[in-house]
Every structure is written in C-alpha cells, then in structure tokens.
Design a protein around this ligand. Structure first.
Ligand code: B16
Ligand code: MG
Length: 215
C-alpha cells in the first residue's frame, strides 16, 4: 500500500488556474515594446520563475542589458497588464479536478496550503473564491528564494505544522518539482513526464488523480 500523506501543497499558476496565458500576453506586450520576438515556446521557461527572473530571461532572449531602474519599470508595467487580465478571473477559470480534490481533502481533514512564486496569489484566490479551502499561503510575498529553492514549500509545511515528508506537492513547473524534491516531499507533476523530470508521478490534469492512493 502507498504511504498516506497529511498535507497537500498546491502550486497556483498551472495547477489551480491557467494564468500562464495571461503572463504570456503581458510579457509579449513588453517584448514587443522592446523589439524582442517572444514566442509561446519561450514562455515555457518563465513558468514557476519569479517576476524579475522572468524579465531577465526575456531580456536575454533579446540580447538586451538594461539598468535596474529600467528593469523595475518594465516589471511594474508587465504586472499592471497582468493584473488587468486576472481581475476578470472567476470560479469558472478553476482547472478541472481542482474543486473535487479540495472538497475531498476537506472531508478527510488533510491540511492544505498554496506554495506559489506569485505575488498576486491573494488576489487570484479571492477571485476564484477558493480561499476557504487553504489553511496557509506561502507565496512570492513571504519567500526570498525562488523555486527551485525549497523555501516556499518548507515554509508552507511549517505554517501547517507538518513534517516535510508528510506533504504531497502538486506542481506544473520543472523548477517547482525540483523545489518539492529538495524539500523531501512527494511530487505530483501536473503535465508531461518529459517536461517534469524527477516527479514521483504525473497526471495531465488533477481530474485524472486517484485521490485514495495518496490521502
Ligand atoms: P507574479 P506559480 C508563478 O506562479 C508563475 O508560474 C510565473 O510565470 C510567474 O512569473 C511567477 O508566478 C511570479 O508571478 O508576477 O504574479 O508575482 O506557478 O509559482 O504559482
Ligand atoms: Mg506553476
């Protein structure tokens, strides 16, 4: 029999909601203003990565080297565009299988937390009306080291009062899987096995997950 876990930690973008398309549209506008060609394929490298690191990746694609003041201005502008998009999110944008899993975890009294790189986490979960399902939120506002560093998930486990080995992490980004594994947690990759090396198991959507195996 599989080990049963006491806590579930959820990445936000790409696991609970598909905000990657809005990140892409916002970065695309910034890229255009700089004369950089930025494709959806390029955008894959930005998933799970912090805002400033994402900008650095974008600038390296364009071969640009800008000063910190200019970079801050671009990151702020990108965020304004992104916030405009996510202000329209509703419960309908929650990804398939998420609400069923959260309800099941609540019934089983499994602890739940968010572990996201996004500083916009509070706004997104409010728009999706899912705040009530989580006992802790560890996000870009309280974490200093970005994924693949395990800090975001270790903080989430501490907030929940559980050991790291008692946690399952749901992640859609390579850096997030690395973070979960470095934290000593069980990692479920939401996506394709070839894109998410090192996970313990993979599902293409949470609607495919057999909850009973883990909780
Ligand atoms: P923000 P996650 C991440 O969210 C996104 O995947 C990544 O593309 C984004 O750059 C990062 O949040 C920071 O987001 O600009 O809103 O602070 O996947 O860790 O939930
Ligand atoms: Mg993600």
């Amino acid at each position: 029999m599989h080990k049963k876990y006491r806590a579930a930690l959820f990445d936000l973008d790409g696991v609970l909601v598909d905000t990657a398309k809005y990140h892409f549209l916002a970065w695309h506008q910034i890229a255009e203003s700089l004369g950089i060609v930025f494709t959806e394929k390029d955008n894959e490298a930005l998933k799970g990565v912090s805002r400033m690191e994402s900008l650095d990746i974008l600038l390296s694609i364009g071969g640009l080297n800008l000063n910190d003041e200019h970079k801050k201005e671009l990151a702020d502008r990108k965020n304004q565009i992104y916030v405009e998009y996510i202000s329209k999110l509703t419960q309908k944008d929650i990804l398939p299988g998420v609400l069923g899993l959260l309800e099941n975890l609540k019934t089983k009294e499994i602890k739940t937390a968010i572990g996201s790189a996004s500083k916009n986490t509070p706004m997104i979960i409010e728009k999706l009306e899912i705040k009530k399902y989580f006992q802790a939120i560890s996000d870009g506002n309280n974490v200093s080291k970005a994924k693949p560093d395990p800090e975001v998930f270790i903080k989430a486990a501490n907030m929940l009062g559980v050991e790291t080995e008692e946690c399952v992490v749901f992640e859609d980004a390579k850096a997030g899987i690395q973070a979960a594994k470095s934290a000593g947690m069980y990692a479920v990759g939401v996506g394709m096995e070839e894109d998410l090396p090192g996970a313990n198991r993979w599902v293409t959507s949470l609607s495919e997950l057999d909850h009973e195996i883990l909780f």
